[in-house]
Write a protein that binds this ligand. Structure first.
Ligand code: UDP
Length: 478
């Protein structure tokens, strides 16, 4: 009988932190079926219905282990608005249960060894337990290599700069990366006296102790950055090795599209004529911004497919708590739906994104620049309009606009609102203008490169093979 290698993976709470590490696990067992993955799942409140239905489709060699949910009222009030804080805090409060599960996996007769532990970036506190239990530990970074570089660079930047990074005049030069203004760094780095800044520094210190970091990017997409990371790892013996294994994405669930009817609508549109508008699994606009976007789309005269959420002044309002039952369509400007019914299709809260991006009628994507959405757009070759909201999305927007040059980014006014005229201009430019054409060409090159990275002899497949062999050789076999 073939020997089985056991590994454990630990996502952090939230659909888009669960999916990447599970999709990584699926890819691993697809290429190397002699692996068994134990997925230990912390959650804030009960896992969302989207997460539950996603987990119901797992193959038998991925074993989900649900931890007791952390109640929402265990979150300190003062940082209740900060998604990253809540995610990491949930993991901290779940640590005793995680330890129990790991010990139980280690001691059960059939799993006398775990070959490796792989944790999400927000679950890095588990690395301390891994080290005590003597398990090889890796971090799965579902982010760009540029954001990963920031993790390594931030302690150094903190030493050379005394002010808040957002007050720096010149852009920051992270090794191997496109320069980025301090104001475009993640929210958690904006105020150096804050608790979330301290949390970021803690993660950044911890990542240095991992045995390796798997990053959901690929050599051809972020060549300079990955090279700089690899060189640094070689120079400093203690730095973890970097493994670009992406793009690893979920394939979308069949049948989803019938619920909204949007694919039927796309079937009736001209090739590449529709702008898809979505702010990810939880991105939320203020009422004022929602109005401007609605009028901007209308003014552009272009076709659009828009996933609308009820407004909030907290841009990540729906990220961990999608219990808002208000009808998002009630918040659209009066008469908007009627006036745009020939040109637009509006979906409340959630859309089958992969199917939409794969559809030949989709010609552009106005995105909040979550890294999964970015990779999905790259994989399908869809030009982007970059509209970052929170977390590390502004860094992704800089990478897409200044680095890869595959996106247009609105500037907005002093108060951060993007006005209808600017929206309309950019949408037209992306969908019909010369700039849009150039962007499309560059996106096609990236799309081909992303397909190549996943071929049998592709860069990311080779990297995963190295890892799998390492884990098999190190133990966990029965
Ligand atoms: N997604 C989707 N339908 C939606 C919104 C999001 O299928 O209406 C999926 C999307 O395809 C992506 C993930 O949810 O895989 C969002 O991840 P991303 O990193 O882009 O953003 P986040 O949700 O973390 O802000």
């Amino acid at each position: 009988m073939a020997k089985t290698t056991h590994i454990a993976v630990i996502p952090s709470p939230g659909f888009s932190h669960l999916v990447p590490i599970i999709e990584f696990s699926k890819r691993l067992i697809h290429l190397h079926p002699d692996f068994q993955v134990h997925c230990i799942i912390p959650s804030l409140g009960s896992p969302s219905s989207t997460s539950i239905s996603y987990l119901q489709t797992l193959p038998s060699n991925i074993n989900p282990i649900f931890l007791p949910p952390v109640p929402h009222n265990n979150m300190p009030q003062e940082n209740n608005n900060h998604t990253g804080f809540q995610i990491q805090r949930t993991v901290t409060l779940s640590l005793p249960h995680i330890r129990e599960e790991l010990e139980s996996l280690m001691s059960s007769r059939s799993n006398n060894k775990l070959a490796a532990l792989i944790v999400d970036v927000f679950a890095m506190e588990v690395l301390d337990i891994a080290s005590e239990l003597n398990i090889l530990s890796h971090v799965y970074c579902p982010l760009s290599a540029m954001t990963l570089s920031l993790y390594f660079y931030i302690p150094k930047l903190g030493e050379i700069v005394s002010c808040d990074f957002r007050d720096l005049q010149d852009p920051i030069e992270i090794p191997g990366c496109v320069p980025v203004h301090g104001r475009d760094l993640p929210d958690s780095l904006q105020d150096r006296s804050s608790e979330v800044y301290k949390q970021f520094l803690g993660r950044s210190r911890r990542i240095g102790f991992a045995d390796g970091v798997l990053v959901n990017s690929f050599t051809e997409l972020e060549a300079q950055t990955i090279k700089a990371l690899e060189e640094e790892a070689k120079e400093k013996q203690k730095k973890p090795r970097i493994y670009p294994v992406g793009p690893i994405l979920h394939s979308g669930s069949a049948g989803d599209e019938n619920r909204t009817g949007c694919v039927n609508w796309l079937n009736k549109q001209q090739p590449r004529s529709v702008l898809y508008v979505s702010f990810g699994s939880g991105g939320t606009l203020s009422q004022e911004q929602l109005n401007e976007l609605a009028f901007g789309l209308e003014l552009s005269g272009e076709r659009f497919l828009w996933v609308v959420r009820p407004p909030s002044n907290n841009p990540s309002a729906a990220y961990l708590d999608n219990s808002n039952e208000q009808n998002p369509l009630d918040f659209l400007p009066e008469g908007f739906l009627e006036r745009t019914k020939e040109k637009g299709f509006v979906i409340p809260s959630w859309a089958p994104q992969i199917q939409i991006l794969s559809h030949s009628s989709t010609g552009g994507f106005l995105s909040h620049c979550g890294w999964n959405s970015v990779l999905e757009s790259v994989q399908k070759g869809v030009p982007l309009m970059a509209w970052p909201l929170f977390a590390e999305q502004r860094i992704n927007a800089v990478l897409l606009t200044d680095g890869m040059k595959v996106a247009l980014r609105p500037k907005g006014d002093e108060s951060g609102i993007v006005g209808r005229e600017e929206i309309a201009e950019l949408v037209k430019s992306l969908m019909k203008g010369e700039e849009g054409k150039e962007i499309r060409k560059r996106m096609s090159v990236l799309r081909n490169a992303s397909a190549d990275a996943l071929k049998e002899d592709g860069s990311s497949t080779e990297t995963l093979l190295q890892l799998a062999l390492q884990w098999k050789n190190l133990g966990g076999e029965i």
